[in-house]
Design a protein around this ligand. Structure first.
Ligand SMILES: Cc1ncc(COP(=O)(O)O)c(C=O)c1O
Length: 387
């Protein structure tokens, strides 16, 4: 008898990776590909991290490290909260993880039971929804729009709560795919609203440090009773090092580290030891931020003058989320057409929004300025040819 995968294996794919692979296949043929789909920095890890990694390789045997995370890295992360947010965080509450992905998976395992109702903004990062469903939680979509800055509002939460009590809420500010942010007052009200009802907040703060106006504030500024997820992948430019962290309430430290030990043993020792140096590399990292800000302006201006005028404001992260419903009925088809005819790789909104995603395309501006300029040039001529 042929054995079958579990029903949990029906998990939805992460389609961004499929677009990425289609772009790679086209690039392998030697054809031009303008990469506006990837959500990963073009740059390598900061020099200080690479130097430290070489030293560690030469001097350490690289055995297993603590599932909680090595003490020096947890201390450096706690200091980061003092430096960036003026907050005192006990290093014991910091758990080092395999990227933000490893972090939110551990957070979900420790926070939610089968059948729990967990709300999240749509559009939003698809893996929360997919991971929560695989764990047996019930995902409650908060249907956000440009009018509410594509972020949860108390009104949306009240509406969802009226349909059935909520057990959790996942927030992401700045958000992927919209780049929009919750301002500090809104963040405070949401955290307080959840606190009054015993709703567990998981705040993914992976795009902190990548903002183009007001700096992002952490949910920890409003409560110690939240689970904060963060990562070295974006601001720190270290995607492939698979390193992130959680800051959790004291009573979650043991459950989270037990899950980490049982499921993963822990994050890569080399990444942990070298990652400590990342906090001394802000000068280099600020240089990347200057390029992102420049690219962002070129993309926003270029898209608007090419006639894409319904754009989320891109207050942070490195994405512009564009409403293309006046141009095409299906962003999936439009992105496929752009890739084959123009060589532009962009991501359809369907991954981030299973309901209205066909109306949106996500453009990423974390690549080179030349790619963003070329993308704008090609899209402008394409629009001109259609008119
Ligand atoms: C909002 C959000 N959270 C988490 C992740 C995954 O990050 P990591 O590489 O740290 O696992 C991403 C990656 O794009 C993301 O956009």
């Amino acid at each position: 008898m042929t054995i079958q995968p579990s029903s949990r294996s029906e998990i939805a794919p992460f389609r961004v990776m499929e677009v990425f692979e289609a772009a790679e296949r086209r690039a392998a043929t030697g054809a031009e590909v303008v990469r506006l789909e990837v959500g990963q920095p073009l740059t390598a890890a900061p020099k200080g991290v690479i130097e430290r990694a070489h030293q560690v390789l030469d001097s350490d045997r690289l055995g297993y490290a603590s599932s909680h995370g090595i003490v020096e890295l947890r201390a450096a992360i706690a200091t980061h909260y003092a430096d960036w947010y003026g907050l005192e965080v006990d290093p014991h509450r910091v758990v080092v993880t395999v990227g933000a992905s490893g972090g939110f998976t551990l957070a979900f395992l420790a926070a939610f039971d089968i059948g729990d109702r967990v709300a999240l903004a749509v559009p939003g990062y698809p893996c929360y929804r997919n991971a929560l469903e695989a764990l047996g939680a019930q995902v409650v979509p908060l249907m956000t729009t440009l009018d509410d800055n594509f972020q949860p509002t108390i009104k949306l939460l009240e509406k969802a709560y009226a349909e059935g009590p909520l057990d959790g809420l996942v927030i992401t500010s700045p958000s992927n795919p919209t780049g929009t942010m919750l301002d500090d007052d809104m963040l405070a009200s949401i955290v307080a609203w959840c606190d009054e009802r015993g709703i567990k907040v998981v705040s993914d703060e992976i795009y902190h440090g990548l903002t183009y106006g007001t700096a992002a504030t952490t949910a920890l500024a409003h409560s110690d009773d939240v689970l904060v997820v963060n990562s070295f992948s974006k601001y720190f430019s270290m995607t492939g090092w698979r390193l992130g962290w959680l800051v959790v309430p004291e009573n979650f430290v043991s459950p989270v580290t037990k899950f980490a030990a049982n499921l993963l043993l822990g994050p890569q020792t080399l990444s942990q030891m070298a990652g400590i140096a990342a906090f001394d590399c802000h000068e280099e990292l600020q240089g990347h931020l200057v390029r992102y800000a420049h690219n962002r302006q070129i993309l926003l201006d270029g898209l608007r003058s090419a006639g894409f005028d319904r754009l989320a404001p891109a207050e942070g992260a490195f994405y512009v989320y564009a409403d293309i419903s006046d141009i095409a009925e299906s962003s999936t088809d439009l992105c496929a057409q752009w890739l084959s005819e123009l060589g532009i790789a962009a991501t359809p909104g369907t991954d981030f929004d299973p309901y209205n995603g066909e109306q949106y395309v996500r453009f990423s501006f974390c690549g080179g300025t030349d790619a963003v300029e070329r993308g704008v040039e090609l899209l402008t001529s394409w629009q001109n040819a259609r008119r």
